[in-house]
Design a protein around this ligand. Structure first.
Ligand code: PLP
Length: 377
């Protein structure tokens, strides 16, 4: 039996041909395809400036630098995310301050922001885990109240919405990822949506050695930039992907609905049933608390049934680097409980309805094998 992965990128033949065209064109690095992709992304972002880079990690780090965040500053964020989210805060010399998640949404619990803010707090860095958006009304209201910048880690939420508006089309600084696991990919890549052409110019410098080109062909370097520009090869993939993003997200939503039907009655906690805002980047269940210690066995039983699953994510504040730096300060009981129980089930647009059945049956059997009781209807 072929292994069902938990995710798989879907690249069409037209995109493969477009990549071949770039390879034949004689121009491989940042060029016309990157500018075309930036224009297409900007169109989705309501005309706001967008610039591409080779990862969302770079986009987030540059966003922090553009916001002027550095040593001595604190950034409020979540610990239930990919470690890039807070590594970038450390990279600019600032301190991540983790607050707990809401166990129902698994997202940063905004009601805890008030207690975490102090005179060193400069920004909030929320994460739309699994593509479920953090409440943008409350988020932006808190930012206004405390005069904080908002750097949205929207790495997982391309094409997701908040009350009818697409993410990126409003707010402060918004970063998306184009890693192959995300809802649209460039192989590797990312972008930042910004507020002004001035910020966009700063971003352009940061992504390529801090260099500004002069009209006479010379150039200057007045800030320490990095090397994070995207290639036109990658941008060609992105142009093929962005055309299909909405359709792909619709298919993900259909599959998510099917999961809700098929998993009913199992003793797992289902994700928030949001069929309006979320882009269904992942479908994640929480195992019953009594089975948390046996998650590896659940995963093993599923794999024997031909189904790959994932853990997204172990909590960042429990990582060695973060403990060594004394960044595991507050108790984060919900984050720890969710991190111990969370399991990502397969979800990607090319999946068949029958695959959902297969996963549901295998999960039901695995839970039964390990002695979890079904919940009476
Ligand atoms: C994928 C991801 C990132 C990093 O994206 P890259 O493009 O791999 O740098 C950051 N934050 C979250 C929440 C992610 O899922």
């Amino acid at each position: 039996m072929e292994l069902l992965p938990f995710t798989r990128p879907d690249i069409d033949e037209e995109t493969i041909a477009a990549v071949a065209d770039v390879l034949r064109s004689g121009w491989l690095t940042t060029g016309p395809k990157c500018r075309e992709l930036e224009a297409a992304l900007s169109l989705r972002a309501g005309g706001r400036p967008v610039r591409v880079v080779n990862s969302a990690t770079a986009a987030l780090e540059f966003a922090l630098r553009i916001a002027g965040i550095g040593p001595g500053d604190e950034v409020i964020t979540t610990s239930l995310t990919w470690v890039a989210t807070s590594n970038v805060i450390l990279a600019v010399g600032a301190k991540p301050v983790f607050i707990d998640v809401d166990p129902a949404t698994r997202l940063i619990d905004l009601s805890q922001v008030d207690a975490a803010v102090n005179e060193r707090t400069r920004a909030i860095l929320p994460v739309d885990l699994a593509g479920l958006p953090v409440d943008r009304d409350r988020l932006n209201e808190l930012a206004a109240r405390y005069r904080l910048r908002v750097i949205e880690d929207a790495a997982q939420s391309q094409g997701a919405h908040w009350r009818g508006r697409e993410l990126g089309s409003f707010g402060d600084l918004v970063a998306f990822s184009f890693h192959p696991n995300k809802n649209m990919t460039t192989g590797e890549g990312g972008c930042l949506v910004m507020n002004s052409e001035d910020e966009a110019r700063q971003f352009e410098k940061l992504r390529l050695q801090g260099v500004t080109r002069n009209a006479d062909g010379t150039y200057d370097c007045d800030v320490l930039g990095g090397k994070a520009n995207l290639t036109d090869i990658a941008a060609a993939i992105g142009l093929g992907q962005i055309k299909r993003l909405d359709q792909a997200n619709l298919r993900r939503r259909e599959l998510a609905r099917l999961y809700f039907l098929k998993l009913a009655g199992l003793s797992v906690d289902l994700p928030q049933a949001d069929f309006e805002n979320s882009n269904w980047h992942m479908f994640q269940v929480l195992l019953p608390a009594g089975l948390a210690a046996q998650r590896a066995e659940v995963m093993h039983l599923l794999r024997e049934a031909g189904i790959a699953t994932g853990i997204h994510y172990p909590a960042i504040h429990t990582m060695s680097l973060y403990k060594a730096r004394g960044l595991a300060q507050r108790p984060l009981p919900y984050t720890e409980s969710v991190a111990a129980r969370i399991l990502t089930l397969p979800l990607f647009p090319a999946m068949h309805d029958a695959d959902v059945d297969r996963v549901a049956t295998a999960l039901r059997n695995a839970l039964a094998t390990l002695g979890a009781r079904e919940v009476p209807a």
